[in-house]
Design a protein around this ligand. Structure first.
Ligand SMILES: [Zn+2]
Ligand SMILES: [Zn+2]
Length: 844
């Protein structure tokens, strides 16, 4: 334990004016810990922890006794129903107030009583006493993550309170490592539910199941009974670990799975939670009986929610019959995110959605996030079915499964409040532990990079009403010490950028997309300056310097690195303006891109008749000239403000062209430097609305066969060529030959990308427009994905150009003919021509 005199702590933990009962005085123990007869491992551990930490804090030896000592002040630990545990009459009223593994604290002259209904609750009560009256904090796992102020006296006031957690289940799913002793201890000390196979004194088999089909029907049966296993390409195959599923429509398979589930439950009566997930693979049995379970709609799209829940219903019924107190969890995962069309999921199961492609920038319940609309819809259906909910989260695995530096505790705290209000009973986060025997190649600094965020988020699992600023202020002071003033500002800025960038970060976001967070003018420099300042403040303190070093390293690797890539390769000439829908324009602006390229802050909003330039302060006498669709507007930008620019026509998903020049301190700044204001190279396309569309004015994002989401790639006789007579920007796309291919993944057009979902929004229409000159023909194809299969959809309406003048080519495509959920576009072009000003957008 770090015994530093953190004088700051006393500021945040006002001790009672005078304490009524002394546990330790002048370093001498005045108390004893009394553990009840027949104590459970959790209670034994609670007594040991209390005694050990009283000693760590005060130096006093506090004994753990089986019987009270009349000479001392006794601390009684136990569950309320233990006949050996005698509560004063006044304390008994607290019993009915206890919920889940909550605890009650009661003290009078006869002693301090820490009691609960669940045995684990006693332990949480002990930690509460140590935190509240001993000032101890466990900021991160391991001894150097412990903080407290040494003191000679430890006393408590009169207490009579029940303290319940906001969620029944407060979990991390620790992955990629074994052992993880310090991480697990940290979890219980921060009042989390112990994770699976928590072998340290506590409920060793509290948590069971997970991807468990292969354990419910072992592959050993394959030799004698191949018919119980999945049919793949006409052949029965064993599960081979988690590669495939068994044949879940075979009655004998189901019977064996139920039998084994019952065996596990009866052999391990301590199991309180059983999670039932398929073997971790989207391949399901292809036999006729299994396929018959899918509704036609599910079958068409390769989805299996009805199959999954048909099996779960039977398993949960069998499980509940022998273990009625166990919570059984059915999930939404892989190819069964949706609510089943052919069966009603049992209300005896807790619904645990693992929406791995959800957006984590916004809360799942935030109605303004388009990306999460499908997940909200699924969740609502399960909740309307009367099921309890515990979400499974991947906050720590974005972008693209990378362990990253993410300021997400603020978002999580807000989301937990919303989840609690919506009646959720639990929350689980997939986490790489702080310590442990990592599997080869899976070692990680994930937690080390995100110490403060890991700590802050879990405080809200116990108490969703905790004050975010207070929790983060206290933890920041402890962890960053004298460097906190700079780190506080750094974190505040980074959180603000992360949560207000016009992007939906999910497990599927690409690394460079996170660079978008630093597109606000001056933000990167400000963050770097604050980190440098923190480094200076930490000077002379090796431990603090190392901590700031971790932040620097993580920031450079992630946000700054992503930004560098973003600027170098992806900086778009298209920026999104956000619609003015919310009352507060700050809420609208989080869905507007920052316009880069000028030394000032600039974003756009729009409504039916106007474009609004929202700008930061650019300094004394600064003037911004905007040319919007050929009309010039001069805006005084000395101070921050918003200017309305009337527009003739605004269509959601459409675009307008804007050129800009900033005059500041006698200097002129333009988006593209050397060109004149009216030059196309100084023009940005401002799109109306947050619906991403493909717009490649200058082919800035176009790469040869490079797969970039939401932008174009090409193959064959196509070339990007600089041309002063370009329709827009500096470049044209030149076709010279036959079968040139221009491609784009359009998944982003609808704000989501995972190919598991029914594309309700495809019912709308798509406009594919560009300008061409020369002599060429063009035809369109779409690739439509049905579940895991892909198919090409031919769109037979060829277009051609035969003119030296820029000629508009356009298709209006009816998306409702598509059945899949992932749409790629492919245009075949042959001839000799130039293409420019390309865009794909949704039309009303
Ligand atoms: Zn089958
Ligand atoms: Zn979102």
């Amino acid at each position: 334990m770090k015994k530093t005199a953190f004088c700051l702590l006393t500021v945040f933990f006002a001790f009672p004016a005078f304490a009524d009962f002394s546990l330790v005085r002048d370093g001498v123990s005045k108390c004893a810990v009394v553990r009840p007869k027949g104590a459970d491992p959790a209670e034994i551990f609670a007594a040991r922890e209390l005694s050990a930490y009283l000693k760590k804090i005060t130096g006093a030896e506090v004994n753990v006794l089986r019987r009270p000592d009349a000479q001392l002040y006794n601390i009684y630990l136990g569950t309320a129903d233990n006949p050996d545990f005698k509560l004063p009459d006044k304390a008994k009223a607290l019993i009915s107030k206890l919920q889940y593994d909550g605890f009650a604290l009661y003290s009078d002259e006869t002693g301090l009583y820490i009691f609960s209904k669940e045995k684990r609750g006693v332990l949480y009560g002990v930690y509460e006493i140590l935190k509240r009256y001993g000032g101890i904090r466990w900021i991160h796992p391991g001894e150097n993550g412990e903080y407290c102020k040494e003191k000679k006296d430890f006393s408590i006031p009169n207490l009579a309170e029940a303290d319940n957690p906001s969620f029944k289940w407060r979990c991390f799913n620790l992955i990629a490592a074994g052992a993880m002793k310090e991480t697990r201890l940290w979890m219980v000390r921060n009042k989390m539910t112990p994770g699976r196979s928590f072998e340290l004194y506590l409920d060793p088999a509290l948590d069971a199941g997970y991807e468990c089909f292969y354990r419910l029907i072992p592959d050993e049966l394959f030799k004698t009974n191949p018919e119980l296993f999945g049919l793949y390409n006409g052949k029965r195959m064993p599960q081979d670990g988690m590669a495939r599923q068994p044949c879940t429509s075979h009655p004998e398979t189901v019977r064996i799975m139920c039998e084994n589930l019952v065996k596990i439950l009866t052999a391990n009566p301590k199991i309180k939670r059983f999670i039932i997930i398929n073997n971790d693979s989207p391949s399901w049995c292809e036999c006729e009986n299994c396929k018959k379970l899918d509704t036609p709609d599910e079958a068409e799209r390769g989805q299996v929610p009805t199959r999954y829940w048909t099996l779960i219903n039977v398993l949960v019924k069998a499980g509940k019959a022998v273990a009625p107190g166990v919570d059984f969890f059915g999930t939404a995962y892989q190819t069964y995110h949706e609510y089943p069309g052919g069966v009603t999921p049992t209300r005896d199961a807790v619904f645990m959605p693992a929406y791995n492609a959800r957006c984590y920038t916004h809360s799942l319940l935030d109605e303004t996030c388009i990306h999460n609309a499908r997940f909200r819809e699924s969740l609502k259906k399960f909740q309307n079915n009367g099921m309890a909910v515990m979400t499974y989260n991947y906050y720590n695995f974005l972008p693209c499964m990378n362990r990253y530096y993410l300021p997400v505790s603020h978002r999580i705290a807000g989301e937990l409040k919303m989840f609690h209000k919506a009646g959720h009973i639990g929350w689980m986060d997939e986490v790489l532990p702080y310590d442990g025997d990592f599997l080869k190649g899976r070692d990680s600094k994930m937690w080390q990079y995100n110490v403060l965020d890991m700590y802050i988020r879990v405080q809200f699992l116990w108490d969703v009403d905790a004050d975010y600023d207070k929790v983060s202020e206290e933890a920041g002071n402890i962890y960053y010490g004298k460097a906190w003033p700079a780190m506080r500002l750094f974190r505040k800025k980074l959180i603000d950028l992360y949560e207000n960038t016009n992007a939906h970060f999910s497990m599927e976001s690409l690394m460079w997309e996170h660079g978008k967070c630093l597109t606000e003018y001056g933000s990167k420099e400000e963050l770097e300056r604050l980190l440098a300042e923190a480094g200076k403040l930490a000077e002379g303190d090796a431990e603090l310097t190392a901590r700031i070093g971790l932040d620097k390293e993580a920031f450079e690797k992630s946000f700054a690195g992503a930004y560098k890539k973003y600027v170098a390769e992806k900086m778009p000439s298209q920026v999104a303006a956000a619609k003015r829908t919310a009352k507060d324009d700050r809420d609208n602006l989080k869905y507007a891109d920052h316009v880069s390229g000028l030394p000032m802050k600039l974003q756009f909003l729009y409504d039916d008749g106007n474009l609004y330039a929202c700008h930061g302060a650019a300094g004394k006498g600064a003037v911004l000239e905007l040319i919007v669709e050929e009309k010039k507007h001069v805006i005084d930008v000395e101070k921050a403000g918003m200017t309305a620019i009337p527009l003739d026509s605004v269509v959601d998903g459409g675009v307008c062209r804007v050129a800009a020049t900033l005059t500041k301190e006698g200097r002129k700044f333009k988006w593209n430097g050397e060109n004149s204001l009216s030059d196309s190279a100084n023009t940005r396309l401002v799109s109306f609305g947050n619906l991403p569309c493909v717009v490649n004015g200058d082919f800035a994002n176009t790469g040869k066969l490079e797969r970039i989401r939401g932008s174009l790639s090409f193959a064959g006789p196509l070339k990007i060529e600089p041309d002063p007579t370009a329709r827009i920007g500096k470049n044209v796309l030149r076709v010279q030959g036959t079968n040139g291919l221009l491609m784009a993944g359009l998944e982003n057009l609808y704000g989501y990308s995972q190919n598991y979902w029914k594309p309700e929004t495809y019912k709308g229409k798509l406009a594919i427009r560009f300008y061409a000159r020369g002599d060429a023909s063009f035809s369109l194809r779409f690739r439509d994905s049905l579940g895991w299969q892909k198919q090409w959809f031919e769109y037979n309406a060829p277009r051609s150009v035969q003119s030296p003048e820029w000629t508009k080519i356009e298709w209006i495509f009816d998306g409702s003919v598509l059945k899949g959920s992932y749409l790629s576009f492919l245009m075949v072009c042959s001839g000799k021509a130039d293409i420019d000003d390309f865009q794909i957008s949704k039309v009303q």
